[in-house]
Design a protein around this ligand. Structure first.
Ligand code: CA2
Length: 146
């Protein structure tokens, strides 16, 4: 049985590659999904990769992961800085959580320095672009074997 990792992406990340390349690079979300699939295959994981612009949908997916998935990798995008609801749902999932951001949020506007998710995450990766997703999956694979 392979472990399933739920990879969740928040609002506007569907626009990747089309706008703001100086901040977010040229890769599309489909490119990142493929990178996650390739990494999962190398690591012996199964990945479910999703994006939504509706907070309630993201909450439903987190609720449904409880007892079904081994871990959650999440880029909550703008909801990182606003959503107590997402943080509470992640805690209720009782799953290990890794928070990933494409950009280095600490180099950006002050409102991006606060994350409601970071205090309940195992770890946070930011500023490494799509490689952050790959590194997070490798870490999850390593920790599930250990
Ligand atoms: O760096 C990240 O991954 C962020 O989570 C991206 C969010 C931002 O609100 C966070 O502070 C940091 C924004 C995602 C929106 O992505 C876009 C992509 C292309 C064009 C416009 C937005």
């Amino acid at each position: 049985m392979t472990h399933t990792v739920l990879v969740l992406n928040g609002p506007n990340l569907n626009l990747l590659g089309a706008r703001e390349p100086a901040t977010y690079g040229h890769e599309t979300l489909a490119d990142i999904s493929q990178l996650c699939a390739d990494t999962a295959a190398e690591c012996g994981l199964t990945v479910e990769f999703r994006q939504t612009n509706r907070e309630g949908e993201l909450l439903d997916w987190i609720h449904q992961a409880r007892g079904r998935c081994a871990a959650i990798l999440i880029n909550p995008a703008a909801w990182t800085h606003t959503s107590v609801a997402i943080r509470d749902a992640l805690v209720a999932s009782e799953l290990p959580v890794i928070e990933v951001h494409l950009s280095n949020v600490h180099k950006r506007e002050a409102f991006r320095h606060l994350s409601f998710v970071s205090p309940i995450a195992i770890g946070v990766i930011c500023g490494l672009g799509s490689q952050g997703y790959r590194l997070a999956l490798q870490y999850i694979s390593h920790s599930l074997k250990g």
